[in-house]
Design a protein around this ligand. Structure first.
Ligand SMILES: [Zn+2]
Ligand SMILES: [Zn+2]
Length: 757
C-alpha cells in the first residue's frame, strides 16, 4: 500500500499521513495536490510532500482525489518551506498558507477577476460641461454627491485635464478607491450614476504584463564609480555567496543591479529582485520594464489572488519570467534556474513578517533559497543592518562600497534644531521651528519640493481631559487612542478598533478635551494653512489602503503635481525624487525613545534614509532635523552621515549587553484572555527553560503593550551565544512547549519569534 505525507493549510505541528487507493497510485507524486478527509465531515486540499514508508499503528484514511497532473510545487520549494518551518518554529501548514496563493490551496475558485470602475459620463468630457455639472451639484445642495464627484475628478485627474501648466493624464478609478477616498457610501455613487454624471464599468484585473519586447539597449552606461562597484561585486561573487553593496543614498545602486541582472540573464539564469515595500515596486517596475520588457514579472500581496496564481503557474511552465520583482512573499515562488537574488534596502524591517506565523525574515529565507539553488545574493543599502554589516566586516559576506552619489549630487547638509529650547522660548509654531518654516518657504518660492517626515499617523497621538486627566483607551488593548480628524474618530493602532470622539469627558463631564502631539494628518492641515498655495499630499497607512493609491501619490509628487509630501517611514524607503531641496524631520525623539534595543539603529536608518531624499542636480539639499536632544551622539552621527562611527559604537554596546549580532535572540510570547492564567503559564515556562538554558533566559516580562485584542501578553527572552547548536535549542524549546501546554495551560497561545526585529 502506498502511503503519503501531506501538509494542510492549518497550523498543525507536522505532516499528516494518508493511504493512496490503487486506482490513484500512478497519479500521485510529490508536489501535487490531493483531496483528503479530516475529522468527521471535512475535506481539505492538501499538498503531497513525501512518501511514508513506515506502517503506523492505526488505520490510515484514503485520499479521495488527485487534483493535478503535474506538481504545483517543486521539491526545492518544499525543502525551503521545511527549513522555514523548522528554523522559525512554526508549523508546515503556516508556511504553506504564507507561500501559496489561496487559489492553489482550494480556498477560492480561480477565475480571472474583474473589478468595478468609475468613469466620467461621456457627455461631460469638456471643460464647459464639467463646470456646468459642478454648478448643478452645488445648486442642488447635494453635499455628499458634490464631495464624491470632486473626489472622483481629483483621483481621475479630470480636475487638471484642461490645465496646460500641469502634467496630467486621466486615469482609471475603482469603485473601492472612490468610496474609500471620498468617505461616501455607494448609494451616493449610485445617485451620481442615475443623474448622469458618472458611469460604472467592469475591468478585468491583472493580465499581468504588457507584451513589450525587451530593450537591452535601454540599459544605461554605468558611471566610472558604478562600473568599478559592479566589477567588484562580480569579482567578489567568485569567492563569496553573499555580497553587501554598501552605497550612499542616490549612488545609483539600481543601475548596477540592472547590469547584474542583464549579465545573469545572458547566462540563461533567473533573477529574483526583492524590495521591502510594495510602494517601491511601482517606481522600479517602470525602470525594469524599459529594459527587460515582458521578461519581467511582478509579485506581491496587493495583487489579486488570481494574478498571483497566474504568475505561480507561469513560473512552473516552460516559459517562466526571467526576472521576478516582488515583496517578501516572492521568495516562495517556484524558480527553475535561479542565478541571482537581489535584496534591495536589506536593512528594512518590513522584510520580516511579524504576524501571523511564519515569522520569517525574507533576507534570511532568500539567502537559504539561493544556497539551495547555487545562486548568488546581493544585499544593497545605504544603511546596512547591524547583522549584515557585521557579517560583511568579518569576511563572511563580500563587501563593496560605493561612496559617490551619481551625477555629482552632493550629500545634503543636515542642520540640527534644538526644539526644547525653542519650546521654552515659545518660538515653535506647532510642530515647526522657525528654521524649518523659513527653509520650506524658500524651497516653495523657488519651485522646489519639500518632504516632511513624522513617524506618527493620524491627527494627534493622544487626547486628554484638561480637568481630570482622563485619556481615552482602547477597550481591547492596553493603549491610548489616536485621533483621526478627517473622519472624526479615535482609533486603536493595535487592534484597528474605532471609537467616536466624545464631546465631553465621560469621567467628569468637562468639555475641555485637548489633543496632544502631532500626527501626519495634523501636519498636512497645518502646511495647508500656512502655505495656502502649496499642493500637499500625505503618504501613510491611512492614505495607501488601495492598490493604486501609492502609485498615484508617488507619481503626483515626482511629476510636480504636488509639492509637499508629508509621510511616515513609508517615505524613507528608497524613493527617488529629483526636485526635493528640503527635508524636515519633525521629531527625532519619538523614534529614539522607543523601548527596544534596536531603537537607535532603526532611528538612525530612518533619519539617514529620509535625509537621502534631499538634493537636486547641482544643488545641495538641506535637512532640518528637529530634536529635544541635540547632544545625543546618534544625532551628531546622522548629521555627519557617519555610518562607521555609529556602527562601531552600536556594535560595542551590542557585544557588552549580549545582543545580536553577537548573540541570537528567540522571544517566546504567551497570550491569554485571563491575566492570572498567562502569568502562571509564563512563569512555569520560564522556570522550565531556566533548567535547560540557565541564565540565558530573561523574564517573563510584560511587553510595552501588554494587552492586545483582549489578550494579555507575556514575553520571555532567550539569548544564545553564537556557535550554539540551534537545532538542539529548538528541540528543547519544543519539548518545553509540549510540556507546558499539555494540561492546565492548554488554552494558552504560545508562539516563538526567532531573530526578532
Ligand atoms: Zn475629565
Ligand atoms: Zn485596540
Amino acid at each position: 500500500m502506498k502511503m503519503i505525507n501531506v501538509i494542510l493549510p492549518l497550523a498543525l505541528p507536522g505532516t499528516l499521513t494518508y493511504s493512496v487507493p490503487d486506482t490513484l497510485c500512478r497519479a500521485v507524486t510529490i508536489g501535487v495536490r490531493v483531496l483528503v478527509p479530516l475529522g468527521r465531515s471535512k475535506t481539505y486540499v492538501a499538498l503531497v510532500v513525501g512518501e511514508c514508508r513506515e506502517e503506523p499503528g492505526f488505520k490510515l484514511r484514503d485520499i479521495t482525489a488527485v487534483l493535478d497532473s503535474s506538481p504545483v510545487a517543486t521539491r526545492l520549494q518544499l525543502r525551503l518551506w521545511e527549513w522555514v518551518a523548522d528554523y522559525y518554529m512554526s508549523s508546515p501548514g503556516d508556511v504553506y498558507v504564507a507561500a501559496m496563493p489561496s487559489g492553489l490551496k482550494g480556498e477560492d475558485n480561480y477565475r480571472p477577476k474583474t473589478e468595478r470602475c468609475v468613469a466620467l459620463a461621456e457627455a461631460l468630457g469638456s471643460e464647459a460641461s464639467l463646470h456646468a455639472a459642478l454648478n448643478i451639484l452645488t445648486a442642488s445642495r447635494a453635499r455628499q454627491q458634490k464631495a464624491m464627484f470632486e473626489c472622483f475628478l481629483r483621483l481621475s485627474r479630470w480636475d487638471t485635464a484642461f490645465d496646460d501648466s500641469l502634467p496630467s493624464a486621466v486615469t482609471g478609478v475603482t469603485v473601492e478607491e472612490l468610496t474609500n477616498e471620498s468617505h461616501c457610501p455607494t448609494t451616493i455613487l449610485n445617485a451620481l450614476v442615475r443623474r448622469g454624471f458618472l458611469r460604472i464599468y467592469e475591468r478585468e484585473v491583472g493580465r499581468l504584463n504588457s507584451r513589450q519586447p525587451p530593450h537591452p539597449e535601454n540599459l544605461k552606461t554605468l558611471s566610472e564609480a558604478q562600473q568599478r562597484a559592479h566589477d567588484d561585486v562580480v569579482r567578489s561573487f567568485a569567492g563569496k555567496d553573499v555580497v553587501l553593496l554598501h552605497g550612499v543614498t542616490s549612488s545609483g545602486k539600481t543601475e548596477i543591479y540592472m547590469h547584474l541582472i542583464a549579465r545573469t540573464l545572458s547566462e540563461g539564469k533567473q533573477v529574483l529582485y526583492l524590495l521591502p515595500e510594495i510602494a517601491l515596486t511601482v517606481q522600479m517596475t517602470r525602470r525594469l520594464q524599459r529594459v527587460f520588457g515582458s521578461r519581467l514579472g511582478i509579485y506581491h500581496s496587493k495583487y489579486s489572488d488570481a494574478e498571483r496564481v497566474e504568475i505561480w503557474q507561469k513560473q512552473l511552465s516552460d516559459e517562466p519570467y526571467d526576472v521576478i520583482l516582488g515583496a517578501r512573499s516572492a521568495v516562495f515562488l517556484p524558480f527553475r534556474n535561479l542565478g541571482l537574488v537581489i535584496v534591495d534596502e536589506e536593512h528594512e524591517t518590513s522584510f520580516k513578517q511579524q504576524e501571523p506565523a511564519p515569522r520569517y525574515h525574507a533576507r534570511s529565507v532568500a539567502i537559504m533559497l539561493a544556497h539551495m539553488c547555487g545562486a548568488k545574493v546581493l544585499l544593497g543599502t545605504a544603511t546596512p543592518s547591524a547583522e549584515t554589516y557585521y557579517n560583511a566586516r568579518s569576511g563572511k559576506y563580500g563587501l563593496v562600497s560605493l561612496t559617490t552619489r551619481h551625477e555629482g549630487l552632493e550629500l545634503p547638509e543636515i542642520e540640527v534644531v534644538d526644539i526644547k529650547d525653542l519650546h521654552r522660548r515659545r518660538m515653535m509654531n506647532g510642530p515647526f521651528s522657525p528654521r524649518l518654516l523659513e527653509a520650506m518657504r524658500d524651497a516653495l518660492c523657488d519651485g522646489h519640493q519639500v518632504i516632511l517626515f513624522q513617524n506618527r499617523r493620524g491627527f494627534a497621538p493622544m487626547i486628554e481631559c484638561q480637568d481630570c486627566g482622563w485619556v481615552p483607551k482602547c477597550r481591547n488593548c492596553d493603549v491610548s487612542l489616536t485621533l483621526h480628524k478627517t473622519m472624526n474618530y479615535l482609533s486603536c493602532h493595535y487592534c484597528g478598533g474605532a471609537y467616536t470622539v466624545p464631546v465631553a469627558c465621560p469621567a467628569c463631564g468637562s468639555r475641555a478635551l485637548r489633543s496632544y502631539g502631532y500626527g501626519t494628518e495634523n501636519i498636512e492641515d497645518r502646511v495647508r494653512e500656512m502655505f495656502p498655495e502649496s499642493r500637499v499630499a500625505r503618504m501613510d497607512l491611512d492614505t495607501t489602503r488601495t492598490r493604486n493609491a501609492y502609485d498615484r501619490i508617488i507619481s503626483d509628487f515626482s511629476s510636480g503635481r504636488t509639492n509637499v509630501l508629508v509621510g511616515t517611514q513609508m517615505i524613507s524607503k528608497g524613493l527617488d525624487f529629483d526636485n526635493v531641496s528640503v527635508v524636515g524631520i519633525l521629531n527625532a525623539d519619538t523614534m529614539l525613545n522607543y523601548p527596544d534595543f534596536r531603537a537607535y539603529e532603526h532611528a538612525f536608518m530612518m533619519m539617514a534614509q529620509v535625509s537621502g531624499r534631499a538634493g537636486r542636480k547641482r544643488k545641495r539639499g538641506l535637512v532640518v532635523l528637529q530634536t529635544k536632544n541635540p547632544g545625543l551622539p546618534v544625532i551628531g552621527q546622522v548629521a555627519h552621515n557617519d555610518y562607521e562611527k555609529f556602527y562601531s559604537e552600536l556594535l560595542g554596546e551590542r557585544r557588552a549587553f549580549c545582543y545580536p549580532p553577537y548573540f541570537r535572540l528567540i522571544y517566546v510570547f504567551l497570550r491569554h484572555g485571563k491575566e492570572p492564567v498567562v502569568e502562571g503559564a509564563a512563569s512555569e515556562f520560564a522556570a522550565s527553560l531556566r533548567r535547560v538554558f540557565a541564565s540565558r533566559v530573561l523574564g517573563p516580562d510584560k511587553p510595552s503593550v501588554a494587552k492586545v485584542n483582549l489578550k494579555h501578553i507575556r514575553k520571555i527572552v532567550i539569548k544564545l551565544e553564537n556557535g550554539i547548536d540551534l537545532a538542539a535549542v529548538r528541540a528543547e524549546l519544543r519539548a518545553v512547549y509540549e510540556h507546558i501546554t499539555k494540561n492546565i495551560y492548554k488554552t494558552v497561545e504560545v508562539f516563538f519569534d526567532v531573530d526578532p526585529l
